[in-house]
Each structure stands twice: as C-alpha cells, then as structure tokens.
Design a protein around this ligand. Structure first.
Ligand code: FAD
Ligand code: SIN
Length: 594
C-alpha cells in the first residue's frame, strides 16, 4: 500500500488564520478581504468574465501567499507544491484550490494521499467537462468565430507544446488548448527517458550506436508492424530533438538502457531523475515565454471542415466561457492516447478492461473520437501496451529504469522467470503467467543510491527493505532459500558476463550490498500504440489514405510509429520529433493558405 501522507499539511498552515472555521469555502473565507473584486478585479463578476486560463486569479493568489517556493518553505515536512510541479512554470493555484466549491486534490488522480485540504467540506462542484452539450456545440458552430488563428494546437503534453513552439517560431499565429487545469498530460509522468542516437552524451560514454541500429531495435520491438518511414524520421531526428530541448534549458545528461535496445540510448536528467516532469517544466516555461502558453480548462470538442473538406477550426468548451468557435487554417491534434478511457479499452482491447493504468486522467482518447467523426483513418488502433511493472494495487509506474540499472524480477516464490530487459509485451506476458499474476523487483543499496526515482518510490512507501535477503523474503512472503539462490546465481552470471538462465544482455549491478529492497508489481495499461494515421509530414489521412488538408497530428494520438509494441523511451522521442514536425508543417500550410 502507498503510505498515506498525514495531516501535517496545509490544514496546519491555515488553521491559525481566523475565520477558517466558519467559512464554507475559499471564496467566503476571502469575502471580508475586499469582496469579489479582490480576486476578480473590477469586472462585473459573471462566469463569462472569468478567463478560462484563470491566470489572473492565480496571480492574485500568489500576490498574497507567495509562489511555490515560498509555500514550500512554510510547509517544512512535505511540499505539495513540488514534485511534478515547479516554480519555473507554476501551475494555477486554482487547479486545486477551487474558490466556490470543495478543493480538488489533483495528486489523488494518481496517488492515494490522505491529504486534508482547507475547505474539504465545501460542496462538490459539477465537473464542467463531464459531458458535451450537442445543442451548444451546434449553436457555436453557427456563430461567428471568437478568434481566428493560423494554427490551433489541441493538447498541451510534450507533443502539443513542441508543436506550438515550432509553429510559433515558423511565424504562425498559434493558440494551444489544454482541457485539464494544467498542461502536461502523460508526458509529465514520463520516467525512464528519451531515446536518441548520436548525441554528445552517448559519445562521451563511448557508446557505439547508429540510426540503423535504433531503427532495427524499434522495428523489432514493434514486431515489424511499425511504419518504417516514420521510424526512420524518429531515429534521424532524435539527437536534434535532444539539442532543441537542451537549448531551452533541459538537462538530459544521463544515458541508460531501456528494454529492447541494443545499447544505452535513453537520455534523462542527471542522477537518474524522471524525464517527464523536467522536460514538461522546460517546455511549459518556454511556450509561455514565446507567447504560446497553454490555455487551460479549454477542451476541443469538435473539428470543423469547410465545404471543400479542408480544416476550418474547432469548437471549444471553456470552463467559464462555454462553447465557442476558433477559426484556424490548420489544426494539430496532440491529445494523447486513450489509456484512461475504460469504454475505449473495453472496445479495442477487451482483455485489458479490468487492468489498472499508469496513465494520467487526461488520456481519454478525445482526439481519436474527434478525428473519427470527420472521417480520419486509424492505424493499429487496438494495440494497447501493458507495462510490466506498475506498483501492485496502485497507479504508480515503477520505471523500466529500475530493471535497466540492475534490478532483477522474481515471482512470489523468489524465482526469476524472464530476461528483465526483454520488451514490455513479453515481460508483461511472462508476469501474467506467474502465480497470482504479479512479481517483485529486487535490488540492493547500490541501486537505491544510484537512481533518484527509486528514492521517490521509497518516499511514497512502496519499497520493502531488509538487512538480509532472508529477512526481505520473509517480509515479502517469499521462500528465503529460493531468493538467496536466485541472487547468488544472478551474481555469478554477472561476474561471468553471461546470464545462463534467461540471456539478459546487460547486468550493471549485482544483488550484493545490504540493505536489500523489493517492490511489488503487476502489469498495467501504459501506452496506446494505435491512433490516427499520419504521413511523414504529420498530415492526418482520411479513410481513403488522402491527407485531410490542414489537419496534422503528433504523439500518442497517432499510430504507426511504434507498431505493435513501443520501446521504452521512444514515446518522448516521438513527441519531440513529430511534435516539432507537425508544428512546422502546419505553420507552413497555414501561412501558404493565407
Ligand atoms: P500527453 O502528454 O498525454 O498530452 C496530451 C494532452 O492533451 C493532455 O494534457 C490532455 O489533457 C490534452 N487533451 C486531451 N484531449 C483534449 C481536448 N479535447 N482538448 C484539449 N486538450 C486535450 N515514454 C517515454 O518515451 N519515456 C518514458 O520515460 C515514459 N514514461 C512514462 C511513464 C508513465 C507513467 C506514462 C503514463 C507514460 C510514459 N511514457 C514514456 C509514455 C509517454 O509519456 C507518452 O506516450 C507521451 O508523453 C504522450 O505525449 P503526448 O503529448 O502525445 O500526450
Ligand atoms: C518507464 O520508465 O518504464 C517508462 C518508459 C516508457 O514508457 O517509455
């Protein structure tokens, strides 16, 4: 079980403030501090006068309470404002601290913290985007556009942020929409890293790698079902994508191996930190700096075509502003996958319908639905990847990094049963054939010290720890002798440089140095490989395989890049390479069409 984080937290911070006990919600608590205009300014306060991005409100919160850093200094023991969030690109305070209703504990979308926030007893508000009002959509469609842009990017994960920046740099007028209360999507959860070939980082470590080898590994991992043209572009553009992020201030200095790769090519920040929160942070800040920051709380609900079947824009549902039309010459779909849409999973991959998912709640397949509704073609749409190591009974991914840097995987009896560095489909399959369909990752203190993310799992209470393997086995209800033998055989294979049992190609660490650790894992839905069919220029194809003029797509909403099984580290590469590409091509199309 994940450790609950108890009531130190914000309630303590606020409890000394007089008035809290009687105030019903955050707004009524602030009522005596200047009335509605203190937060809303001098505008008449109606829902429509609150901008969907809530930035003005957020600035007001920060003006009184300080930024995240200042708040973190006040809450000494646990900082709810750090982790996936940061000072560089702050997320709106109002994402959690809802003024007129019960606060929304966004962390609990993935974790299970027992976190008491001020005004937790306030009445819950209806979810503004739970349904789509067809009549309001039709009315918005008939009305004049509220805005006209060159390129409308839908979805602000890595693909969308990269697309928006690239389109803006190409000279286009761009709007970037994000339905959630902050940008990031699945991208901000990415852990293991970004695959790239031919980087200075690889050269520095003396790693011999080639574009051909990258392509070969990716095609092999995808069981040969990937579109080879897209894979070639991915591999060729991967190193330049690293540089593009580094030029914005990203740190991708560490290189390690992911499953299915012949060499180390997975790039991440120093010390083995997670890649996603870092690059999303960098991209969010850069997009804001370049004037294309995400307009949050703004969900695209329908793509619009003109009479010539060219893209004409989209209908958007704003949290406060309701339904409206944006006219656009080009649209980039960057809405991510559908790993959190239970109905779509049940339809496309019924055998996974009861599986947990590592995905952000944002991965609901909106882009696929909108594209299908205008006749787009799908490719490999039913290929869903189960990641072998999602924390048992949780939604927290235990990164492939943990195996990559040395952990072994054993079943509930303490026996290894698979090459830990095989591809995910095979590793997941192997676990599902073990008793209780689950496994343990076992490692030692050398590994614990070398990978920051492992210390993060410890912080979340996910690790079992003991001074001897026999004790660890006891805590985990494994057979002690079997676990000891497994570790001793593995250590021998490692010293001899050959895994006699399962042919694991790389054994960077042994299971040698106490204390020893274990974490319980089981497969969970992780990536939806299929999606809209695209050309190498990121144009979306219709069902007759012709590009839909003006419609582009990138990232997890697309199919074809990863085939039947994605390799670890290739999705972030995909979002950067094809995100940029889609933005550049969309801008070129839009500016030509002017
Ligand atoms: P997302 O990042 O999911 O962004 C899509 C955005 O679109 C979301 O913010 C969403 O809210 C928004 N959106 C959706 N619908 C709408 C709409 N209708 N209107 C407006 N906005 C909308 N891959 C790697 O290569 N390396 C890793 O280390 C790695 N680790 C991972 C760890 C985890 C836990 C998970 C879940 C995935 C991981 N992946 C990793 C996969 C990778 O993170 C994703 O495939 C990738 O980030 C998808 O990026 P994206 O931009 O296409 O979509
Ligand atoms: C992981 O770190 O295991 C996830 C990497 C990925 O999905 O590419």
């Amino acid at each position: 079980m994940i450790k609950p984080i108890t009531a130190i937290v914000l309630s303590a911070l606020f409890s000394t403030v007089s008035g809290l006990a009687t105030a019903q919600d955050l707004a009524s608590f602030h009522a005596g501090m200047g009335g509605c205009t203190a937060c809303h300014g001098t505008n008449a306060v109606t829902a429509a006068n609150v901008p969907d991005d809530e930035i003005d409100l957020n600035n007001k919160c920060m003006a009184c309470h300080g930024d995240y850093k200042k708040l973190a200094d006040k809450t000494k023991h646990f900082d709810p404002h750090a982790s996936h969030l940061s000072d560089r690109s702050p997320i709106n305070c109002t994402a959690c601290h809802t003024a007129h209703a019960k606060p929304k504990l966004v962390c609990n979308d993935c974790h299970t913290f027992d976190l008491k926030m001020p005004f937790s007893d306030a009445p819950e508000s209806a979810k503004w985007d739970a349904t789509i009002d067809d009549e309001a959509v039709a009315a918005a469609e008939k009305s004049a556009p509220r805005e006209t842009v060159d390129v409308l990017v839908i979805g602000a994960g890595s693909a969308g942020l990269n697309a928006a920046i690239a389109a803006k740099r190409a000279g286009a007028k761009v709007v970037l929409l994000e339905k959630h209360s902050f940008a990031g999507g699945n991208s901000m959860l990415a852990a293991g890293g970004y695959n790239a070939v031919g980087t200075p980082q690889q050269a520095k470590k003396g790693i011999k790698d080639t574009v051909d080898q990258y392509v070969k590994d990716t095609m092999k991992g995808g069981r040969g079902k990937n579109d080879p043209k897209l894979v070639q572009i991915l591999a060729e553009g991967s190193a330049d994508g690293v540089k593009w992020l580094e030029d914005m201030g990203a740190d991708l200095s560490d290189v390690k191996r992911s499953g299915g790769a012949a060499v180390d090519r997975t790039h991440r920040p120093h010390g083995g930190m997670s890649v996603g929160p870092h690059i999303v942070d960098v991209l969010r800040a850069q997009a804001t700096k370049e004037g294309v920051g995400a307009r949050v709380n703004s969900r695209a609900v329908k793509l619009l075509l003109d009479k010539d079947y060219k893209i004409a824009g989209a209908i958007v549902h704003g949290k406060h502003s309701g339904y409206y039309k944006i006219a656009a010459k080009a649209v980039v779909l960057a809405t991510g996958g559908y790993g959190q849409n239970k109905q779509m999973i049940a339809f496309y991959r019924p055998t996974f319908k009861d599986m947990t998912s590592s995905n952000n709640v944002t991965s609901t397949g909106d882009g696929i639905t909108m594209a299908l509704n205008i006749g787009a073609s799908m490719t490999d749409i039913d290929w869903v990847q189960a990641h072998p190591t999602v924390g048992l009974d949780s939604r927290i991914l235990i990164s492939e990094t943990v195996r990559g840097v040395g952990a072994v995987m054993v079943n509930i009896n303490g026996e290894r049963f698979v090459n830990e560095l095989t591809t995910r489909d095979r590793a997941s399959d192997a676990i599902l054939h073990q008793p209780q369909k689950r496994a343990w990752l076992v490692f030692d203190s050398n590994l614990y010290k070398s990978a920051k993310m492992v210390q993060g799992y410890d912080h979340l209470g996910m690790l079992k720890k003991a001074d001897t393997l026999a004790e660890l086995a006891k805590i985990c209800d494994m057979d002690a002798k079997t676990l000891e033998k497994t570790a001793s055989d593995y250590n021998k294979f490692r010293k001899a440089g050959k895994d006699e049992a399962f042919g694991r190609p790389d054994m960077p660490l042994g299971i040698e140095k106490a204390p020893f650790y274990a974490v319980a894992v089981a497969p969970g839905i992780h990536h939806t490989m299929g999606g809209v069919a695209i050309t190498p220029e990121s144009e979306v194809l219709d069902i007759q395989s012709r590009p839909i003029p003006g419609l582009y797509a990138a990232g997890e909403v697309t199919g074809g890049v990863h085939g039947f099984n994605r390799l670890g580290g290739n999705a972030i590469a995909d979002t950067v390479v094809f995100g940029r590409r889609s933005g550049e091509h969309a801008a070129a199309y839009a500016l030509k069409a002017k």
